[in-house]
Write a protein that binds this ligand. Structure first.
Ligand code: NAD
Ligand code: 44H
Length: 379
């Protein structure tokens, strides 16, 4: 069995590749990082080490890689032969890889009539659906019909904290012990793949919203508030009493929305929150704030971890999401000079002021109570 996985980065090697290899797939990574691609082809294996007291280590074997910049034709061949395609490249890259995926799938339809699932493992709502849209933009109407018969793009939620790696062994990945990978079974075409560690569910929405609006909202708040406090890592941020208070208060707000919307058991949800807070303070992980804060424009988007739960707060509850607004204000102030989106965000603020920036970046209307609440926090 062959799995083609786009993105041999932190989560690609540290989680997706590792689970797929354990499930018996040969994993063919596709990446633009020549050093990592060459090393993967040279060694054909890499180490995954648990960031925990006992530093348990496993070796992921039977892997290879293709440099999609140098050998795009090889990528098409791999997609034509694959039993599964997955991605973990970042939401902004999905549009870029969609051309290769479209061409690979076209090649496949010329060769064989075998169904294929393409699963985007990105931190976003509807990642695979978005990738499908981008792929379908490249097709004729006849090709779209043909693809509908053969290919599916089930959405997924993936959770495992994998920080940026600074190991001497460039392929080795240090990962937290916890992991969760949930896939929308209702959209699977053909047989449901057997992958230990993957949970297939009929309705993904509660799972992805629970994950994005708890793990990622909490993480973003810790990162942006921690940055404003001059701190360096997520652990440092969580050890700052003011940041910790804000993270917890924000997760109480998102939790209230989720419990109301999905009828979750509130005690169980609180246990989920506590587990996440303890994951953020894992002493064996050195997760630098710029990784977690990366891409503030994406993170301030209308359907992402900050604005979406804040909007839903008005929809499902009384009162205002005061703490989310504090976190959003910290995100709007994020000016890390090595983050291109932070630079763009700050130039928008300079040019248009906060109100217009919030409307444009967060997809909100002037006069919206949320805009007013955020502005109040910024003053
Ligand atoms: N790291 C985590 O803790 C974590 C956890 C869950 C989900 N995710 C999600 O997984 C995705 C990847 O995150 P990451 O932390 O692994 O980032 P990363 O930067 O470590 O990995 C991304 C990889 O994609 C590669 N890439 C970039 N452009 C490409 C292209 N055109 N074609 C092929 N490969 C390309 C990069 O070279 C890199 O190796 C993101 O959507 C992220 O939100 C990350
Ligand atoms: O990957 P991003 O930029 O969407 O978010 C940064 C982190 O919050 C994220 O990577 C988490 O570590 C991960 O989602 C944990 O499962």
């Amino acid at each position: 069995m062959l799995a083609v996985h786009f993105g041999a980065g932190n989560i690609g090697r540290g989680f997706i590749g590792s689970l797929l290899s354990d499930a018996g797939y040969q994993v063919c990574f596709v990446d633009v990082n020549a050093e990592i691609v060459d090393l993967l082809n040279e060694k054909q294996e890499y180490r995954v080490v648990l960031a925990a007291e006992n530093s348990e280590e496993t070796t992921v074997r039977n892997v290879k890689a293709i440099n999609s910049l140098q050998n795009p034709e090889e990528v098409l061949e791999a997609i034509a032969a694959a039993d599964l395609v997955t991605t973990a490249v970042g939401p902004n890259i999905l549009g870029i890889i969609s051309e290769l995926i479209a061409n690979g799938l076209k090649k496949r339809t010329e060769r064989r009539n075998q169904p294929l699932n393409i699963i985007a493992c990105e931190n976003m709502i509807g990642g695979s659906s978005f990738l499908k849209e981008k792929v379908y933009e490249k097709l004729s109407d006849a090709e779209k019909k043909q693809f509908d018969q053969c290919f599916a793009f089930p959405n997924a939620a993936v959770d495992r904290i994998v920080p940026n790696q600074t190991n001497e062994d460039k392929l080795m990945v240090s990962v937290e012990p916890f992991y969760e990978w949930v896939v929308d079974r209702s959209k699977i075409i053909g047989e449901v793949p057997t992958i230990e560690g993957v949970t297939f569910v009929e309705d993904l929405t509660p799972f992805i919203e629970r994950k994005l609006f708890t793990v990622n909202t909490g993480h973003a708040i810790a990162a942006y508030a921690g940055y404003q406090a001059g701190l360096e890592t997520i652990k440092d941020a969580m050890e700052d009493p003011d940041v910790l208070r804000l993270v917890r208060a924000t997760l109480t707000e998102t939790g209230a929305v989720l419990v109301k919307k999905y009828n979750f058991d509130s005690t169980e949800h609180m246990n989920y929150v506590n587990k996440i807070v303890s994951r953020f303070t894992n002493p064996h992980i050195n997760d630098e704030i710029p990784r977690v804060a990366r891409g503030p424009i994406r993170k301030l988007g209308p359907n992402d971890r900050l604005i979406s739960p804040a909007k839903q707060y008005y929809q499902y509850l009384e009162g205002q999401p005061e703490n989310l607004a504090k976190g959003i204000a910290a995100a709007l102030r994020y000016d890390y000079p090595e983050d291109q989106e932070a630079i763009t965000l700050q130039s928008k603020v300079k040019e248009m002021g906060y109100e217009e920036t919030i409307c444009k970046v967060c997809g909100l209307q002037e006069g919206d109570p949320l805009v007013e609440l955020i502005i109040r926090e910024l003053n």
